[in-house]
Design a protein around this ligand. Sequence first.
Ligand SMILES: Cc1cc2nc3c(=O)[nH]c(=O)nc-3n(C[C@H](O)[C@H](O)[C@H](O)COP(=O)(O)OP(=O)(O)OC[C@H]3O[C@@H](n4cnc5c(N)ncnc54)[C@H](O)[C@@H]3O)c2cc1C
Length: 293
Amino acid sequence: MKPAAFGYQRPETLAQALTAYAAASDAKVLAGGQSLTPLLSMRLASVSELIDINGIRELSTITVTESGVRFGATVRHGELLADPDVAAVQPMIPAALQHVAHPTIRNRGTTVGSIVHADASGEMPTVFALLDGVLTVQSVRGTREISAPDLFLGALESSLAPDEIATEAFVPALPARHGIAFDEIARRHGDYALCGVGAVVALAPDGGVESVRAGYVSVSDVPTVVDLTEVFSDGHLSETSLQAAGELALSRLEPGADVHATAHYRAQLVRVLTSRVVRAAHDDAVERSNRAE
Ligand SMILES: Cc1cc2nc3c(=O)[nH]c(=O)nc-3n(C[C@H](O)[C@H](O)[C@H](O)COP(=O)(O)OP(=O)(O)OC[C@H]3O[C@@H](n4cnc5c(N)ncnc54)[C@H](O)[C@@H]3O)c2cc1C
């Protein structure tokens, strides 16, 4: 199918884009187009105007500092994945990005676009929530920052106003004595996950478990983070505590059924992946702590 007719603008500055976006009713931002174009082509969505932000050079930068990673709205998944400085400061980003689609899609799709699209089956909205990311959005009315808990309102629904363009995202660095892991089960590598889990484990100075948080993909309507710390309250990681972590996660999620998996199977994936990923994040934290000494 072909999309319904729409207008198209390709501004060269952010100021031009914001003005055009504010002036047009029922317009949408075109970033990588990897989610929007199929929706338009299948006529599941229609727009009066597309505001293509790909010509705006100021949105294309990646800045890595000790405090974290800041990336602009036209930075592609593939660029972030390939950047060794990003991996050094926040290894969760490449750990999750390698599961996002295939190289051709990662070369066009933007990570900010994926976050704004707010698909709970996407890896990066969940990672953004798990890592307490902050999104910067601008309109002709000004600039504001949105933290992850305030961004994801519902299925494919973010809290951006109709005239706001997301200009960049910031993800904090991985602190000392922390470790990460991400894993998912998909029918084929690169497909959307049937279930995906990312975990961050923090160790206390004595090496015991201090905190455990996990983010879940494809098992709820919105990207969901569950604090699993309570089941590791004695500071130890054991088979029993890992199993309890899976049950705790499941109590906070609503795995659903679709043509690819039953709800029962997805629930089992939550259990198995929680245990596997938390263990791996703990091992990663131990290894990083040992290396730092
Ligand atoms: C075959 C296929 C497989 C895929 N597999 C996966 C997968 O496994 N995991 C995964 O996470 N994703 C997957 N994707 C989606 C891919 O990651 C997209 O790139 C991403 O979801 C959206 O990014 P985009 O830059 O392409 O956004 P677009 O498609 O351009 O935009 C998506 C939506 O966000 C809005 N938007 C985008 N950028 C901005 C902005 N800066 N400000 C305001 N609004 C904005 C648009 O208006 C639109 O509504 C897949 C896509 C395809 C086609």
